[in-house]
Design a protein. Structure first.
Ligand code: IPM
Ligand code: MG
Length: 362
């Protein structure tokens, strides 16, 4: 197959982990006889410096001309630094939102899996995770609080500011279908998360999910309020198979689900549009503190490549091979610093990337 992949390495450790993922794609191409063409474009702080725009139109065009996009990470240090004093629409995060909405990437898939080999990194009690964690959060990504009307105005009590959580039936229905279809391919359990006891948008959300459920009778549907869902992830993550929720709730819950696996450096994600187009990126951020030191874990990006192969290119054997290589690296005891237990030897970004490439070639 001949495919074009847009590369948005982004900031700090972004380029380091993307470089390793590209080597993995190279190994896959060679082994299975595919041709992957790459085109790189700036995003985030890097793009602000080059073009004074966190998501330039030229970068969006490169993405639009591709079959899939691989993103490293965007963003600068959390405090201090020149990128924190920029107006809201110029921040690297605004660039990410523009990318999501311009490319129609409304379905964000965030798997949270606890690898057996990394159980020691899991912050939950052993008895809670004895049977592992294998869930996926499906987050609506182009609506809700992130994209609703917002503003500020002066009042007699000082300035006031607002954001609006707004959804229409079309937006809810299409993400609900992604949830049901994903559940169909897994353990057939879908948990809808909302705040229907308080929010009007959640009441509409829940009624649409229930309507759509009639088309998927083999999927067992349950509902949780978002506060309880957060608690349940911490108390008993094994109960979950697929979770579907709106943008802001999904932002928060996917962090919790990721955190309980204990290794954010291992978590991939996919953001999908209708059809096969998608953007793939590690869940972790740009980690300015460890950038340039060959310390970053490339496995989240490499696992994102597996999702890219599976969802956008339809290459499931190739995706399996990448995941098997990651599993093999863990089984053989290879660890980057973030997943090494106390006293365990850690290898660097480059060495981990090379190991995965070698396993794929073998
Ligand atoms: C995420 C991040 C982003 C979000 C930020 C960086 C805008 O937290 O992808 O989860 O809130 O969506
Ligand atoms: Mg987040």
């Amino acid at each position: 197959m001949n495919a074009k992949i847009a590369l948005l390495p982004g900031d700090y450790i972004g380029p380091e982990v993307v470089a390793e993922a590209v080597k993995v794609l190279g190994a896959v191409a060679q082994k299975y006889g595919h041709t992957f063409n790459f085109e790189e474009a700036p995003a985030g702080c890097t793009a602000i410096e080059l073009l004074e725009d966190p998501m330039p139109e030229s970068t969006l065009d490169v993405c639009r001309s591709a079959d899939a996009v691989l993103l490293g990470a965007v963003g600068g240090p959390v405090s201090g630094g020149k990128f924190n004093n920029l107006p809201g629409h110029m921040r690297p995060e605004a660039g990410l939102l523009k990318l999501r909405s311009s490319l129609g990437l409304y379905a964000n898939l965030r798997p949270a899996v606890l690898f057996d080999e990394l159980k020691n990194a899991c912050p939950l009690a052993e008895r809670v995770v004895a049977d592992g964690i294998d869930m996926i959060v499906i987050r609506e990504l182009t609506g809700g609080l992130y994209f609703g009307p917002r503003g500020r105005k002066q009042t007699e009590f000082g300035e006031s500011a607002w954001d609006t959580m707004i959804y229409n039936e079309m937006e809810i229905e299409r993400i609900a279908r992604v949830g049901f279809k994903t559940a169909q391919l897994r353990n057939k359990k879908l948990c809808n998360v909302d705040k229907a006891n308080v929010l009007e948008s959640s009441r509409l959300w829940r009624s649409v999910v229930e309507r759509v459920a009639k088309d998927y009778p083999e999927v067992e549907l349950s509902h949780l309020y978002v506060d309880n869902a957060a608690m349940q992830i911490a108390l008993n993550p094994k109960q979950f198979d697929v979770m579907v929720t709106e943008n802001m709730f999904g932002d928060i819950l996917s962090d919790i689900a990721g955190a309980v696996t204990g290794s954010i450096g291992m978590l991939p994600s996919a953001s999908l549009a209708d059809g096969t187009f998608g953007l793939y990126e590690p869940v972790h951020g740009s980690a300015p503190d460890i950038a340039g030191k060959n310390l970053a874990n490339p496995l989240a990006t490499i696992l994102s490549v597996a999702m890219l192969l599976r969802f956008s290119l339809g290459l499931s054997a190739e995706a399996d091979a990448v995941e098997a290589a990651v599993q093999q690296a863990l089984t053989c005891g290879l660890r980057t610093a973030d997943i090494a237990a106390k006293g365990e030897k850690a290898i660097g970004t480059l060495e981990m990337g090379k190991a995965i490439v070698d396993y794929i070639r073998a």
